[in-house]
Write a protein that binds this ligand. Structure first.
Ligand SMILES: Nc1ncnc2c1ncn2[C@@H]1O[C@H](COP(=O)(O)OP(=O)(O)OP(=O)(O)O)[C@@H](O)[C@H]1O
Ligand SMILES: Nc1nc2c(ncn2[C@@H]2O[C@H](COP(=O)(O)O)[C@@H](O)[C@H]2O)c(=O)[nH]1
Length: 364
């Protein structure tokens, strides 16, 4: 086998001298990680770009187009790319809004490794960088059947690398599709009561006749993986978390009407009629408390699912706007529209490039 070709950002820009047939029609950067070169390119269309990644596998002398997971950056004029910790690349986009300029391209994180194994292909995953309050855990609460789980699943599907679900413990029996350790940790009441006594739970509550609780370990497992933790808990649990040291964003999901809530519980078909009636009786008190106790930062009505999901993304800052829960002090980063970035020790140095203007450059 011949020696693998070496190439640089400069000759990628020419796209001829390196001899590779890259599809990009705009700006490109490349990062070497082990045997692979990750080429991040933009395709210009009316001076607005979409981003694409191709991988050159030096050991096999082959270009690979990976499966792309997550939501990728859109509408920017160029980018800088910096390798972080060998498992992800930080991409700073040019000409983006301050809350939309930091992105991460994961090439070898635990999540990507799992996906590579599951899909049997080369995989990369995009996630958006967030700052300040936007990193806070998210507590989602509301009556049974309102659609909390559905909305959380939509978030996790669209932003797989950004969010991690806090897997609760419960003494209720698993439903047919539920897996232990994924949907819940299904447990014996006596064991859970002992663990509660031993201080292993952040919060717990008796809900519809069963014990439910969030263990400290469940939240730590998510935060340790570098993801934003989502908790699906009842109003009593939300009240306890509000009183705890966990600084979270609290969102209450309300139904359009009790009739619709009842209809959803019937259509879901996971509870007996008696259990549904019990959940509906509890729902009345939860809705009252949710709207009046001052626990929640936001109340969203889940009438139309897509509309509610869009509103949820908006308040979490996932639609390109500033999250409504951000304090003015953490409104993102103002970067020069064109810049070069490098990593020195644990800091990222951003150097503005007054390209072609003859102006001196400025470091941040
Ligand atoms: N906006 C909506 N319109 C119609 N049906 C919906 C809507 N949102 C969710 N659903 C449906 O309602 C049912 C209940 O939703 P889901 O299981 O997500 O509720 P939940 O709040 O998580 O309930 P629980 O607290 O009991 O776990 C599901 O069958 C789901 O598909
Ligand atoms: N206080 C807590 N409530 C929890 C937790 N996990 C789930 N829940 C809430 O229980 C009801 C019923 O859930 P279901 O899965 O049986 O339908 C629902 O409102 C959940 O939000 C928890 O850890 N703590």
């Amino acid at each position: 086998m011949g020696e693998a070709p070496v190439f640089y950002v400069e000759n990628l820009k020419d796209r001829v001298s390196n001899g590779f047939n890259l599809r990009f029609k705009g700006f490109e950067t490349s990062i070497d990680v082990g045997d692979k070169t990750f080429v991040i390119g933009s395709n210009n269309n009316d001076s607005i770009s979409s981003i694409e990644v191709q991988i050159y596998d030096k050991s096999r002398g082959k270009w690979v187009i990976p499966t792309v997971l997550g939501t990728e950056p859109k509408r920017y004029e160029g980018h800088s790319a910096i390798l972080l910790n060998e498992d992800r690349i930080m991409v700073i986009t040019w000409g983006s809004t301050p809350d939309d300029c930091i992105w991460f391209l994961e090439m070898d994180t635990e999540y990507v490794k799992q996906q590579k194994k599951a899909l049997g292909t080369e995989v990369i995953a995009w996630s958006k960088g967030v700052r300040g309050d936007a990193e806070k855990p998210v507590v989602i609460s509301g009556p049974s059947g309102v659609g909390k789980g559905t909305l959380i699943n939509m978030l996790m599907k669209e932003f797989p690398t950004m969010f991690g679900f806090s897997v609760s413990h419960t003494t209720r029996a698993p439903r047919s599709m539920e897996k232990n350790g994924v949907h819940y940790h299904f447990t014996e009441r006596s064991i859970m009561e002992k663990d509660i006594k031993d201080g292993k739970f952040l919060e717990f509550a008796s809900v519809h006749g069963n014990l439910y609780g969030t263990s400290i370990e469940a939240v730590e497992a998510v935060t340790d993986s570098g993801k934003r933790c989502i908790l699906d808990i009842d109003v009593q649990g939300a009240k306890s978390v509000r009183a705890s040291s966990l600084d979270a964003v609290f969102i209450f999901i309300s139904p359009p009407s009790m009739a619709k809530l009842e209809e959803r519980l019937h259509l879901r078909g996971t509870e007996t009629e008696e259990q549904i009636q019990k959940r509906l009786r509890n729902a009345k008190a939860e809705i009252e408390q949710g709207k009046s106790l001052g626990i929640f930062d936001h109340i969203l009505c889940n009438d139309h699912l897509e509309k509610c999901y869009d509103n949820l993304k908006k308040l979490l800052g996932l639609d390109g706007t500033t999250p409504t829960n951000l304090k003015p002090s953490s409104k993102g980063i103002n970067l020069p529209s064109k810049h070069a970035a490098s990593k020195i020790n644990n800091k990222i140095l951003v150097k503005s490039e007054a390209l072609g203007s003859g102006n001196p450059s400025k470091n941040s």
